[in-house]
Design a protein around this ligand. Structure first.
Ligand code: NAD
Length: 469
């Protein structure tokens, strides 16, 4: 274990092309990240090509052992990683935020290391024996967003490494230090060249997606960038896993208990201050309990402390960047102008340093309002009234994205029936966004394709090969 200062010194740079990252809570500088260029990318790909065959030859058991050691290394440096993540991303140390995210990295590494993946016998009838195996792809590119930078990078690299691939990581330009710190810690347990961060801008990501030596791109980010990656990868017929934007609906059925569900509804929407792909972003509530749900949610929202991520009391933080702050502020202003009713929040303090937007609940809002129809990706939840379940399901399915969704009711049979009618990759019942490293996760419609996590997630990082005979 090393100190926070030593970790920061190891990943920051005082010379060459560099960019200062600032704490979104305070505006204070965090550190200078290198700005890598296309030559640096070539070096990383060459190192990956050189290192990968020996790693693949180790076999599953030895690779799993290394990943378990990497998980231990993350835990040894957990507090330093969380401190850096909080400073750069803005998320508080406490609540389901920075310390939680670092813990998730260790958990995902362990599950990727220990999930069994045996060759499958498909046919064995005396005449034909056909087996399905998964071979390493070679070099995998991992391109990630800024909202959960360490955890999502782990989602991408842990299965890739387990399956015998080398990885070149391109972090978001908003959170390169977090990813570089995580990779530095992981590299304590990995052979040189297997895992390299190229901390560049979009052009580095774009080159990675068309690079002839890269066999697969793991991408998490916006739907617009996902479409650009599909186009860029066509020339080399790259494999892709695309985890893209979402606008998750939650449907509260008329028999739900507003008080009992309010806190879980709140965290379903406001985890990471709303900057979460599979967060609840549109809440549909039945007429009969609409007012009660609004009231209970408002009570919860008023009591959740928001502020500087390094203050141990806070559980909600700032938006990570000004552009995202503007998206949220503009959507709420448009909702207000349309006559929607603000239950709490909606009144940012222009004098406050940092990109803080207050926890905001908006009621009596039309389904076609932009705050409902667009991904707000921040702490502002629209609550829409409905009167029949058919109407709620139709509205939930009315968009061209479908990452997650949720149904809320004590009647699990009815809730499951409603869940089956929703067009989303995951539908949770009485909770929202509860991802689990053992359970596959992926999007429907324009939220992307390919599954992560569990055995399905491992298979996505291999090339299927049939041995027949
Ligand atoms: P983004 O698409 O702007 O950027 C993501 C990454 O792509 C960055 O590293 C960026 O540098 C890189 N990039 C940009 N242009 C590129 C190009 N042409 N080729 C290759 N790489 C390129 O996304 P963001 O703003 O960082 O993240 C927020 C979005 O991500 C939201 O829409 C959110 O819903 C989505 N998201 C989805 C999931 C999921 O699991 N489905 C998880 C987290 C975030």
């Amino acid at each position: 274990m090393e100190t926070y200062d030593a970790l920061l010194a190891a990943i920051t740079t005082a010379t060459g092309d560099r960019r200062t990252l600032f704490n979104p809570s305070t505006g204070d500088p965090v550190g200078d990240a290198p700005v890598h260029n296309l030559e640096d990318l070539e070096d990383a790909v060459s190192a990956a090509i050189a290192a990968q065959p020996a790693w693949a030859a180790l076999g599953h058991d030895a690779r799993s052992a290394a990943l378990l050691q990497a998980a231990d290394a993350v835990e040894r440096s957990a507090e330093e990683l969380a401190q850096l993540l909080s400073r750069e991303q803005g998320k508080p140390l406490n609540g389901p935020n920075a310390r939680f995210e670092v813990g998730a990295c260790a958990a995902w590494l362990r599950v990727a290391a220990t999930t069994p993946l045996e060759p499958e016998t498909l046919v064995d009838d005396g005449e034909t024996r056909a087996e399905l195996h998964y071979k390493p792809i070679g070099v995998v590119g991992a391109i990630g967003p800024w909202n959960w930078p360490m955890m999502i990078t782990t989602w991408q690299i842990a299965p890739a490494l387990r399956m015998g691939n080398a990885v070149v990581v391109k972090p978001s330009e908003y959170t390169p230090l977090s990813v570089m710190a995580l990779v530095k810690v992981l590299n304590e347990e990995l052979p040189a060249g297997m895992l390299t961060v190229v901390s560049g801008g979009r052009e580095v990501g774009a080159r990675l997606t068309e690079h002839p030596a890269v066999g697969k791109i793991m991408f998490t980010g916006s739907t617009a960038t996902g479409k650009a990656i599909i186009r860029a990868s066509a020339g080399t017929v790259k494999r892709l896993t695309l985890e893209l934007g979402g606008n998750d609906a939650g449907i509260v059925l008329p028999d739900a208990d507003p008080k009992a569900i309010a806190e879980d509804l709140f965290w379903g929407a406001f985890i990471n201050t709303g900057q979460t792909c599979a967060a609840l972003k549109r809440l549909y509530v039945h007429d009969d309990i609409y007012d009660a749900v609004c009231e209970e949610l408002t009570q919860v929202a008023r009591n959740m402390p928001m502020g500087d991520g390094l203050d141990e009391n806070n559980v909600l933080g700032p938006l990570q960047n000004k552009a995202q702050y503007d998206v949220v502020a503009n959507l709420v202003e448009a909702a207000k102008a349309s006559g929607a009713r603000v239950l709490v929040g909606g009144n940012p303090d222009p004098g406050q340093p940092g990109f803080f937007y207050p926890t905001t609940l908006v009621a009596d809002i039309d389904n076609d309002n932009p705050l409902v129809a667009e991904e707000q990706f921040g702490p502002a939840l629209p609550i829409i009234r409905y009167s029949t379940i058919d109407e709620a399901v139709e509205k939930a399915n009315g968009l061209d994205v479908g990452l997650g969704a949720s149904v809320w009711s004590p009647d699990l049979k009815t809730a499951r029936e409603v869940a089956a009618r929703i067009q989303a990759g995951t539908v949770w019942i009485n909770r929202h966004g509860a991802v689990d490293p053992r359970i596959p996760f992926g999007g429907a419609k324009q939220s992307g394709y390919g599954l992560e996590f569990g055995a399905e997630g491992l298979k996505a990082l291999g090339v299927p090969q049939i041995i027949n005979g």
